[in-house]
Design a protein around this ligand. Structure first.
Ligand code: AMP
Length: 196
């Protein structure tokens, strides 16, 4: 089983690259942002609260995302592995992820950190906002999402370091297929080393 998690700031290409990697390695792609947007679209009791947080670029509470994600994972049948996109986004989510995977005797996901500069990210997200229709792709919210990323999500890297969990960093600038090739090279290297 190969488990990956694509980590990086908003606009770093996590969604696009996760889909491509899922296809390449035959993995199940799970985006927590998509799970939340689906929940909003269902118009459940929680929808308004979730949308209110997403539209200002804040994270939804940990218990809510953990519940949603692991319910989703439990419904899936045996797979070659998972690729998580947008999760974990906090130190606590990372702790819970490791607990849950250990309990299932699944390999801890390889954290693949996409490295892209903030000015490039802002440009990309403003471009995406013209077509995505996402309530959170405009400048004020984007700046807020960067702040949330630094304050709440970067500690995930710290957690992976402290717990000696597997991690690689990949240059995320360039054409989509170039970045995919960089990712595959890094992940294949990791697979090779773990088999030795
Ligand atoms: P994304 O599609 O990954 O950019 O996520 C869009 C928005 O959904 C984020 O800005 C958060 O408001 C929310 N979200 C997605 N994943 C998580 C998560 N793991 N924890 C908390 N909030 C999340």
């Amino acid at each position: 089983m190969l488990n990956l998690l694509l980590f990086g700031p908003p606009g770093s290409g996590k969604g696009t690259q996760s889909e491509l990697l899922a296809e390449h390695y035959g993995l199940e792609h799970i985006s927590t942002g998509d799970l939340l947007r689906e929940e909003v679209a269902k118009g459940t009791e929680l929808s308004q609260d979730i949308e209110a947080l997403i539209s200002v670029g804040k994270l939804v509470p940990d218990h809510l995302i953990l519940d949603l994600l692991f319910k989703h994972i439990n419904q899936m049948d045996g797979k070659k592995g998972l690729i998580l996109d947008g999760f974990p986004r906090t130190y606590h989510q990372a702790e819970e992820l490791v607990k849950e995977f250990n309990a299932r005797q699944w390999p801890i996901p390889l954290l693949v950190a996409l490295d892209v500069e903030e000015e490039e990210l802002l440009e990309r997200l403003l471009e995406r906002g013209k077509v995505s229709g996402r309530s959170d792709d405009h400048e004020e919210t984007i700046r807020g999402r960067f702040k949330v990323y630094h304050e709440q999500s970067e500690p995930v890297i710290q957690f992976f370091k402290e717990s000696h969990s597997p991690m690689i960093e990949i240059e995320g600038v360039g054409a989509i297929d170039e970045v995919t090739a960089n990712l595959i090279r890094g992940i294949d290297q990791f697979i090779k080393e773990s088999n030795n």
